[in-house]
Design a protein around this ligand. Structure first.
Ligand code: NAD
Length: 485
């Protein structure tokens, strides 16, 4: 057997092929800090090949009956589930997240994404409007052509399939670019798509960096639809490239999500829920509640109990069954987390838990990128640590005195992705939900997802919505046909 690291290939026109330039990047396992495979360092030439394949496939695929497209997508979902263990392991090694999380959340949800859109396209309706005896209008929703789909590293297969499934279900062809940090599950998905009988060229995956591949995808004149998930700074670049070409664009960007706990809340539930929303996937979920606000009468008790529970989370080798907290995705991300913990101290914060790199969990993970759950108190609401996205296992807890005050705190950010509110007072829950500027408000829960609901952010957390009907509309062009009567 060769000692060479496994080389991932691009998937273009149904074939696994080398990047045109023949270059590769090391794919580092975050838990060990060592390369474990190589990912194509593709460029605009590879994107060009993918565009040719997607263009060629579009005619037949867009005319394929919905029932047939649906059957193929259902088969893809079945095969992901059949290979769940293989996918989950690849996801855990790629990202550093606990294998148990990949197995229970990411991979099952990726399968659900395919199943959801496979069946959604069987139940769509076309509107008709009768114009006062003058005309009869009906709306034809047609696939738009080639869709460019760009995704981040934190939930690699889940977020990529959340774009691929609706794009191809609607009859588009797609060019997907996974994060160069976490390419492995996208590679496995290609194998599954082939086995499921997805025609060549319907889905093409081009691996590589943002500046080389992502930028080529967004700039390509034949890719008229761009669905992007990632950071706000990158999203701005994508928007700038797409605007002069009037592309249809959806941007799902960063967040600095408030998590509000009123004194009347069920405190046990609020603490358990906040623990998940703070530290799931090492805090690397765009929806994590990184700013916790607790009403003053409950504040002291909440902090004590929350810190106690957080200190019990077991940081360890992601592949071990007992691990609650795995590794941070990269050295760069780990450095960013450390930078913000230092900054919090300069800004007057108190480290109530964590704050320093832990002992490596085992021999294998000696050089891995680990950081413990970290809780910071006593920071002003308007400081940088409370305004900028950290995207790691670091949260702040701040007391508040009344409803209006905390709504002001919650909205005092450039972001508007998601929020949580914990209260037993139903009227208050509705009142607060209405006034918070976020695309999702969870009341007495977190990360409960129904794939039919609109998903997305306000303000600098993005434009457009994904999910259910919104996605079907995004990936189709509504044409009005007006017939005189
Ligand atoms: P990122 O913006 O660095 O990268 C995202 C993707 O864009 C990657 O595939 C990257 O290669 C690509 N890219 C980079 N530069 C590009 C360019 N110039 N043109 C086109 N593509 C380019 O983000 P990340 O670090 O991978 O992910 C973390 C960010 O994603 C966080 O800000 C997080 O909040 C956000 N996120 C948002 C959501 C959401 O639904 N709103 C979900 C998950 C993650």
């Amino acid at each position: 057997m060769s000692d060479e690291p496994f080389q991932i290939r691009n998937f273009i026109d149904g074939q696994f092929i080398e990047p045109v330039g023949g270059k590769y990047l090391d794919n580092i396992e975050p838990a060990t800090g060592k390369p474990y495979s190589q990912v194509p360092d593709s460029d605009a030439r590879d994107v060009e090949l993918a565009v040719s394949a997607a263009e060629k496939a579009f005619g037949d695929w867009s005319r394929t009956p919905a029932a047939d497209r649906s059957r193929i997508l259902l088969r893809i979902a079945d095969l992901i589930e059949r290979d769940l263990e293989k996918f989950a392991r690849a996801e855990s090694i790629d990202t550093g997240k606990p294998l148990s999380l990949a197995r229970s959340l990411d991979i099952p949800r990726a399968a659900s994404n395919f199943r959801f859109f496979a069946t959604a396209i069987l139940h769509t309706e076309n509107e008709a409007h009768v114009t006062d005896g003058i005309a009869f209008n009906y709306t034809l929703r047609q696939p738009r052509g080639i869709a460019g789909l760009i995704s981040p590293w934190n939930l690699p297969l889940y977020l990529l399939s959340w774009k691929i499934a609706p794009a191809i279900a609607c009859g588009n062809t797609a060019i997907a670019k996974p994060s160069e940090l976490t390419p492995m599950t996208a590679y496995l998905l290609c194998e599954v798509c082939r086995e499921a009988g997805l025609p060549n060229g319907v889905l093409n995956i081009v691996h590589g960096t943002g500046p080389n591949v992502g930028a080529a995808v967004t700039a390509h004149p034949k890719i008229g639809t761009i669905s992007f998930t990632g950071g706000t700074v990158t999203g701005r670049k994508v928007a700038e490239t797409c605007a002069p070409m009037f592309k249809k664009v959806s941007l799902e960007l960063g967040g600095k999500n408030p998590n509000i706990v009123f004194a009347d809340a069920d405190q046990d539930a609020a603490i358990a829920g906040s623990l998940r929303s703070s530290f799931a996937n090492q805090g690397q979920v765009c929806l994590c509640g990184s700013r916790v606000f607790v009403e003053r009468p409950a504040y002291k008790d909440f902090v004590e109990r929350f810190v106690e529970k957080a200190s019990q989370l077991r940081l360890g080798d992601p592949l071990e069954a007992t691990t609650d907290q795995g590794a941070i995705v990269s050295k760069t991300q780990l450095d960013k987390v450390k930078f913000y913990v230092d900054l919090a101290q300069q800004e007057g914060g108190t480290i109530a838990l964590g704050g320093a790199a832990p002992k490596p969990p085992n021999e294998r993970c000696q050089s891995g990128y680990f950081f413990p759950p970290t809780v910071i108190t006593d920071l002003p609401v308007s400081c940088r640590v409370n305004r900028e996205e950290i995207f790691g296992p670091v949260i702040t807890i701040t007391p508040f005195d009344d409803e209006e005050e905390v709504i002001g705190y919650a909205n005092d950010t450039d972001y508007g992705l998601a929020s949580s509110v914990w209260t037993q007072n139903l009227n208050r829950a509705h009142r607060v939900a209405e006034k918070i500027h976020t695309g999702t408000v969870w009341v007495n829960c977190w990360l409960v997802r129904d794939l039919r609901v609109p998903f997305g952010g306000m303000k600098q957390s993005g434009v457009g919505r994904e999910g259910g009907e919104e996605a079907l509309r995004f990936f189709t062009e509504p044409k009005n046909v007006c017939i005189a009567t």
